[in-house]
Each structure stands twice: as structure tokens, then as C-alpha cells.
Design a protein around this ligand. Structure first.
Ligand SMILES: [Zn+2]
Ligand SMILES: [Zn+2]
Length: 167
């Protein structure tokens, strides 16, 4: 059940839950962030904060702290933009669903890429993101955190064919 008492999530809840799911892949223990870029209700790209390809994870070797921030990872927003770039996807006009408000640099990158709207449920410390977004005309929507649970009621779906692995 979602917060509105409906078993079916709203679009915003759905995409934020996808962002929360992406964040499960994050590799820095200081913060887990997920980002999903959406246009016309289609997911164009996803990202989470993680190390550069081929480089060690904070979870394995510890964080790389500079000025009280871990700088080892690319942030979720950057990785979503990189994923889009890798596949030649134009993200202009998209909505970015992010678990947490962006840091200043990610906000600037999203704005430069043409993102039109941000949907978040959590803030982030010492960031100028809100200022940059607002001055650039990016709409910010702050919502409640969706429920953490994934509702997939396999046992009760009458059309599901049970297997050894799905009991
Ligand atoms: Zn780290
Ligand atoms: Zn960032």
C-alpha cells in the first residue's frame, strides 16, 4: 500500500522507488544516492554514486576524504548523465528523480544537460543546488519518501506458476 492508501504507486512514487533501488548499488558508506532520468514517463537512464570503472570501492578500501567530503565516487546524477551519454540519449527536458538533493556540482551538470524538473525526498548539506536550480528555472518538487517495501505478492497471484526458486 502506498501512502495515499492506494496499492498502485503514483508516477512520482514509482520513479523515486526506482531511484531508491538504484541507490542500493552505491559503494560509498557515507551516502547512498540514486538518480533516475525520466522523459514522458520513460526511464532514459539511471545512476548511483560509485567509483570510476576499474577503481576500488570505498566499501573495500575506505573513503578518499578531501575537505570532509569523500571524492572517490562519481555521484548518482553524474553517472546517470554518463549512462545517457554512453548510449547517445538526449536528456534535455527530462525530470531527475533523486533520493537526495544534489550537491552543487551535480546541480550544475543537470542544469547544463537541460533537466527541467527535480523530484527529491531528502535534503543534502552545504549545497547551492536549490539556488542554481531556481535561478535556472528548474522546478523542484519535494515529496515524502515512498515506502521502502517492494510489493510483489507472488504467493497470491493466481496466474503465477510457482517454481522451486519462487516459493
Ligand atoms: Zn566514500
Ligand atoms: Zn553530486
Amino acid at each position: 500500500m502506498s501512502k495515499n492508501g492506494n496499492s498502485r504507486p503514483s508516477w512520482d512514487e514509482y520513479f523515486l522507488k526506482l531511484a531508491m533501488l538504484a541507490s542500493e548499488r552505491a559503494t560509498c558508506p557515507r551516502m547512498h544516492v540514486g538518480c533516475v532520468l525520466v522523459k514522458d514517463k520513460f526511464v532514459l537512464a539511471t545512476g548511483y554514486n560509485g567509483s570510476l570503472p576499474g577503481q576500488p570501492h570505498c566499501d573495500d578500501v575506505g573513503c578518499l576524504i578531501v575537505d570532509n567530503h569523500c571524492v572517490r565516487t562519481n555521484h548518482a546524477e553524474i553517472n546517470a548523465l554518463v549512462q545517457a551519454t554512453t548510449h547517445g540519449v538526449n536528456v534535455k527536458g527530462t525530470t531527475a528523480y533523486i533520493t537526495n538533493m544534489s550537491c552543487t556540482n551535480c546541480a550544475k551538470a543537470l542544469i547544463a544537460a537541460g533537466i527541467e524538473r527535480i523530484v527529491v525526498f531528502s535534503d543534502y548539506h552545504d549545497t547551492l543546488a536549490t539556488n542554481f536550480f531556481t535561478e535556472s528555472g528548474v522546478k523542484i518538487t519535494k515529496v515524502d519518501m515512498p515506502e521502502r517495501e517492494i510489493n510483489y505478492d507472488l504467493e497470491n497471484y493466481s496466474s503465477a506458476k510457482k517454481t522451486e526458486r519462487s516459493k
